[in-house]
Design a protein around this ligand. Structure first.
Ligand code: CAA
Length: 286
């Protein structure tokens, strides 16, 4: 049973891990962040503090509340420190072997009652759970970028996931002010399955020189009613993350052409033009 006093662990301190940790700390939980890269979790906490300070400066958050949120965030040096977590949310790289090995290691550390949730955008929850002790406690809890802003959370069941776990995660997401939707584990779940053709057609339009990126994005944003155009959105998400999800959905659906990854996007990834986080992707970012 997850309560407002439950300790939450977040594995991975990239954009999504940091965003999820912020959401949990804002909801009053003690949050432990673990990242395999030395110092990364500490840097993520500093970045969260900076972003919360900006809200204080705008008059949208009290200084005391900011300090309380930041004080609930700690950087764990090793997985062993996560033994008292009631829920572990994994937000590591979108690679099945990495996710499987994280949860297998955690199973040796955490209590059998601890819930293991993956923030995967596309990978089978059934596959992630396989080989993990007590696989019925493994589920998907998929947030959207920026996690502190976006309301939607997909609560994803694998073949073994227990209904109690799904109910606990759904109730938790509601307590965190999110809008949970339940779905079964298939490649890309709901959003990343339906959104793939949105990105893919924008890349193809760019490849076919239909219009420059800014024009394609403006058309969808200003006339289509989306908050961002599809190409700018891939910059926000991260070209590496978006490309990995496309490849995962493409392979998950037996390489159906409708999910074909873009060669232009692959070039951006190879050139480390990863979008907003590196300052250059389809666009230059300040
Ligand atoms: N962290 C915390 N808060 C943030 C933020 C961040 N990274 N980025 C923006 N915000 C906050 C701002 O502080 C601001 O808050 P206030 O209104 O309280 O002041 C609010 O969000 C709006 O921000 P801005 O005024 O700076 O800019 P905006 O109105 O253009 O909104 C946006 C920015 C929220 C990113 C908006 O453009 C948007 O919703 N874009 C679409 C995002 C989207 O579709 N995300 C899903 C991507 S798919 C994915 O993530 C899943 C996957 O599996 C890969």
């Amino acid at each position: 049973m997850l309560t407002p006093h439950s300790i939450i662990a977040v594995i991975g301190s990239g954009t999504m891990g940091a965003g999820i940790a912020q959401v949990a700390a804002q909801a009053g939980h003690t949050v432990k962040i673990y990242d395999i890269q030395d110092g990364a979790a500490r840097r993520a906490i500093d970045n969260i503090a900076t972003s919360l300070s900006a809200r204080v400066a705008k008059g949208k958050l009290a200084e005391g509340d900011k300090n309380a949120i930041v004080s609930r965030l700690t950087a764990a040096q090793e997985l062993g420190e996560l033994a008292d977590a009631a829920l572990v949310i994994e937000a590591a790289a979108e690679q099945i072997d990495i996710k499987q090995s994280i949860f297998r290691e955690l199973a040796a550390v955490c209590s059998p009652e601890a819930i293991f949730a993956s923030n995967t955008s596309s990978i089978s929850i059934t596959a992630i759970a396989s080989g993990v002790e007590h696989p019925q406690r493994v589920a998907g809890l998929h947030f959207f970028n920026p996690a502190p802003v976006m309301k939607l959370v997909e609560v994803v069941s694998g073949l073994e996931t227990s209904p109690t776990v799904l109910e606990s995660l759904t109730a938790l997401a509601l307590r965190w002010g999110k809008q949970p939707v339940r779905c079964h584990s298939t490649p890309g779940f709901i959003v990343n399955r339906v959104a793939r053709p949105f990105y893919a057609e924008a890349w193809r339009a760019l490849e076919e020189n239909v219009a420059p990126a800014g024009v394609i994005d403006a058309a969808l944003r200003d006339c289509g009613g989306f908050p961002m155009g599809p190409l700018a959105l891939t910059d926000l998400i991260g070209q590496d993350v978006n490309f990995a999800v496309t490849c995962s959905v493409f392979n998950g659906f037996w390489q159906e052409r409708r999910f074909l990854p873009s060669l232009i996007q692959q070039e951006l990834v190879l050139g480390k033009r990863l979008g907003k986080k590196t300052g250059q992707g389809v666009y230059r970012w300040p």
